[in-house]
Design a binder for this molecule. Structure first.
Ligand code: 6R9
Length: 629
């Protein structure tokens, strides 16, 4: 968290183009009349029937939003666009790793979603069911999610990198009768074999009656008769009619369940609902990224992550944007792959993660420099605190020092952005800046009292917001205990992150509380140490963990991935230790630096420090279901 004084002011051009020119007064209004603010945002959408109450807080912490209203997120994401010019606009541009491309207008999207919806209906899927989806990032994945929503079923998207055990556990928890998958996808020129993994999972999943498989990578797969169907076969039948009424639902009907790993224990199925989630995702997307009617929006996340749900699929479609999707590795066949597509498709806003930025940064500036990236207007970051070096590279080399970086702090549980700048906000690299409208954010001690500026505390949200998860599926008690009720009468949502607020009111998220180290009594965030290591010119990525130490309580051990072609010598390890000490103070000097080629990460790009810790201690690595690759 270095260099807190450094401020990046938006250019005159950015300010001139901005829809919201005054954050403070709108923020003040949104806090003073929260329900009024959210009612106004909800009125930007269409509803079948209006709500009785904007916020129903009669059964805290199980808040309801827009209760009594009739809606369906698909009505706002697709149906309403069919009556105006958006009908002919591109909804999706998709490219495969091998370079094939295809696109769908909103009109075509409606046809595809309707066909998939009718197919699901013919397989017995009905309102209230949960359909499990296990697919690569292909347009059919989006069709499948929207098809479920259209008929009032909920979806549970399981990330395509998960093992069969993880898939089977999620199918069982959701009690799914139908699984939608594909033969497989592509990664670095090699086919991935999803159907074979799905088959293994289904051996352990007695609830599954039907498995629909999309043909994509042409891999030979085993199909079991009476259970398994090719989607292209079903789509050719009269059951897959392109006309399908969108189901009229209650605002609080379940839209999806998404499993997120806690640090320990079984994954939590976070439940999101139609009404509030529609309003919250669409509003955050529209305002934080100041979405313009002709924007080409690329959220380069995985759809199996909340970021993909909210900001690849739902928010941009509600806002009528054109969404870019890419199925493949960011640096394949060469490290210019993403930049080539930014140029080719004229992407205006690119939203990605610090880990992806660092991963591409290490190949050097020459790769992005080969491309005209002038279509970019804004950049975005999500998933972890962005270290200043990655921030500056993204800002200077990708954004041409022209595009503000919208660093968005939020969680699976929050549904959408909670802390983020607007394009007009002066930026401090590494800070997600200020609360989004309607939110009061606190940094508090164990009693729920605000800690002084500059001191570290627990990040809490002091109010309900429309995009909040409603519960953990099947475990209301765990939801209430885990997130609420730590602070007596103060009904605060506990995020599980630690943070600081600086003198200007900027919020600095330090990291998950379980990733805070106490070394000789001093508190250090693993992210701070990693950021210091990565600020060394020869380091591209780093991880820090704490291991028990006789004198210090905990000692810092670090892992570093070096830039291409750099040799990991003993001298360099010494130099890096000294570098961290120089950056953060002697107290933060690591015991050692181990050079590695890769770090264990979750799909959403978070380093799994507990895996490194277990390995270092020779212990059981625990549940690895969320480990990438
Ligand atoms: C959207 C998403 C949530 C956790 C969260 C925090 C970290 C996300 C961040 C960030 C600093 C940001 N996190 N965005 N930390 N700055 N801009 O990532 O959801 O996978 O549930 O993770 O990610 O630690 O608590 P999820």
């Amino acid at each position: 968290m270095s260099d807190k004084k450094e401020l990046f002011h938006p250019s005159a051009e950015v300010i001139a183009n901005a829809t919201i020119k005054d954050y403070d007064s709108l923020y003040q209004r949104s806090i003073e009349d929260r329900e009024g603010f959210w009612a106004e945002q909800a009125n930007e959408l269409e509803w079948y029937e209006p709500w009785d109450k904007v916020l129903d807080d009669s059964n805290k912490p199980f808040f309801k939003w827009f209760s009594g209203a009739k809606t369906n997120i698909v009505h706002n994401a697709i149906d309403r666009h069919l009556h105006n010019a958006t009908r002919n606009k591109l909804a999706i541009i998709w490219e495969s790793e091998a370079g094939e491309m295809c696109s769908y207008s909103y009109y075509a999207l409606n046809r595809e979603v309707s066909q998939m919806a009718n197919t699901l209906k013919s397989m017995g899927v009905k309102k209230g069911d949960i359909v499990t989806i296990y697919m690569p990032q292909i347009p059919e994945l989006v069709f499948a999610m929207l098809a479920c929503a259209k008929i009032g079923a909920a979806h549970s998207v399981v990330y395509g990198g998960f093992s069969y055990e993880a898939l089977a556990a999620r199918i069982a928890d959701a009690n799914s009768h139908v699984l939608i998958t594909a033969d497989g996808g592509w990664r670095r020129g090699k086919p991935t074999n999803l159907k074979a993994i799905a088959n293994e999972a289904m051996k352990r999943s007695p609830t599954i009656e039907v498995c629909i498989t999309v043909k994509y990578n042409q891999l030979d797969v085993e199909m079991e008769s009476e259970r398994d169907f090719w989607y292209h076969d079903l789509k050719a039948l009269p059951i897959a009619s392109p006309k399908c009424e969108t189901e009229v639902l209650d605002s609080e009907d379940m839209l999806f369940v998404l499993y997120t790993s806690g640090t320990t224990g079984k994954p939590k199925g976070m439940v999101h609902t139609h009404g509030g989630y529609s309003v919250y995702t669409a509003t955050t997307h529209r305002m934080a990224f100041d979405i313009k009617p002709d924007d080409r929006w690329w959220c380069a996340a995985d759809p199996g992550w909340i970021t993909g749900h909210s900001y690849i699929v739902y928010a941009p479609l509600i806002n009528g944007s054109t969404i870019m999707m890419y199925e493949g590795a960011p640096n394949y066949p060469y490290p210019n792959r993403w930049w080539q597509m930014v140029e080719k498709y004229g992407i205006n806003v690119m939203y990605t993660s610090p880990t992806a930025i660092r991963g591409l940064m290490r190949f050097g500036d020459q790769w992005p420099k080969r491309h005209d990236l002038s279509s970019l207007r804004l950049l975005g970051s999500v998933g972890e605190p962005i270290n200043p070096e990655a921030w500056r590279w993204f800002y200077d080399v990708i954004g041409g020092s022209r595009c503000p970086i919208i660093d968005t702090w939020w969680q699976t549980e929050t549904g959408g952005f909670m802390i983020c700048p607007l394009p007009i906000t002066p930026l401090k690299p590494g800070s997600a800046t200020k609360p989004f409208f309607g939110n009061e954010i606190g940094v508090v001690d164990d009693n729920g009292d605000e800690v002084p500026a500059g001191e570290e505390g627990k990040l809490v949200i002091k109010n309900p917001w429309p995009g909040m998860a409603r519960t953990i599926m099947g475990d209301d008690q765990r939801y209430a205990d885990l997130y609420w009720g730590d602070y007596g009468d103060k009904e605060y949502y506990k995020a599980g992150d630690s943070a600081k607020v600086d003198d200007d009111g900027y919020i600095w998220v330090i990291g998950r509380m379980d990733e805070v180290l106490k070394v000789s009594g001093y508190r250090l965030g693993t992210a701070e140490i990693e950021s210091a290591l990565v600020s060394h010119p020869l380091v591209s990525e780093a991880a820090a963990i704490g291991l028990p130490h006789e004198l210090k309580g905990n000692a810092i051990h670090t892992y570093a991935i070096l830039k291409e072609g750099v040799a990991g010598t003993n001298e360099l390890a010494q130099e890096l230790k000294a570098h961290v000490a120089a950056e953060l103070g002697r107290i933060a000097q690591p015991e050692d630096v181990t050079f590695v080629d890769a770090l264990p990460k979750t799909r959403s790009g978070k380093i799994m420090r507990r895996v490194l810790r277990a390995r270092a201690l020779g212990q059981d690595e625990g549940d690895l279901s969320t480990l990438e690759e």
